[in-house]
Design a protein around this ligand. Structure first.
Ligand code: URA
Length: 246
């Protein structure tokens, strides 16, 4: 015996029934869905920087890698990356804190007022950026409002800084100011204690060079009475360079 179906009633029931929910993705799948690129941590970005820096075989290739790097939160707020100036392979390398307004505009390190004083300080020991000095910074993008770079901002640049030292092969490094001195030496001491002393620096890949911190030229512009300290430090640098054959 056939079953009689009330098709009108079945249609009505189907229309009013709640729609089945789309199935939840399995837990593992949900975990690997990227939320957004910006969710990379400082550690992730430092890893990217390390990989990019390692592949650079020349200073120019390294500069290109730095300019293409998106891991610094400062990049969006400035004109351009400020990477290096001077003579590749010079025996003396100066490492400063990072670009200011003038450096950001021109794309070169130490070209503002502090940079002009730095040039004079270097000239006092027979050094010029066109002849025998290589100049860079521990941070490549200008922080807004003239503030110091934050530890996270320095951390993502550090693999590039180390690779730059390895490729430039200086005989001696000057850390110009408290930020590069404390960051490169991982020291809690202030610049007044660090300056005028020589420390051993080694990159993670084993390149070694002595490093001498000095007072930052911007500080000396504000406190000219400390210029005698800077002078003593420059004399030490000149003497050590002569001993190192630089
Ligand atoms: N101060 C720095 O430390 N670096 C520059 O490049 C300019 C000013």
């Amino acid at each position: 015996m056939g079953v009689s179906v009330d098709t009108v009633l079945v249609d009505a029931l189907l229309k009013s029934a709640p729609k089945p929910k789309s199935p939840e993705p399995p837990k593992d799948e949900a975990a690997v869905v990227p939320i957004r690129k910006a969710s990379r941590t400082v550690t992730d970005w430092a890893k990217v920087a390390r990989a990019e820096a390692k592949t650079a075989q020349t200073l120019d290739a390294l500069a290109d890698a730095i300019r293409a790097f998106d891991g610094s939160p400062l990049k969006a707020g400035c004109e351009q990356a400020v990477v290096f100036d001077g003579v590749a392979g010079a025996s003396l390398m100066v490492i400063g804190e990072g670009p200011g307004a003038e450096e950001d505009r021109r794309g070169l390190p130490f070209v503002g007022k502090a940079g002009q004083l730095l040039d004079k300080m270097l000239a006092a020991i027979g050094r010029t950026r066109t002849g025998n000095v290589f100049i860079s910074n521990v941070n490549y993008w200008r922080p807004g409002g003239n503030r110091n770079p934050e530890p996270d901002e320095l951390a993502v640049c550090r693999p590039f800084v180390d690779r730059m030292i390895e490729l430039a092969k200086p005989k001696l490094i000057i850390a110009a100011g408290g930020v590069p001195a404390t960051s490169l030496l991982a020291s809690k001491d202030g610049i007044m204690k660090l300056r005028g002393n020589e420390y051993a620096y080694a990159t993670p890949d084993g390149f070694k060079a002595p490093i001498i911190p000095i007072l930052h030229p911007a500080y000396l512009l504000r406190r000219p009475q400390d210029k005698s300290r800077a002078w003593r430090d420059l004399m030490l640098i000149e003497k050590r360079l002569a001993e190192l054959g630089g």
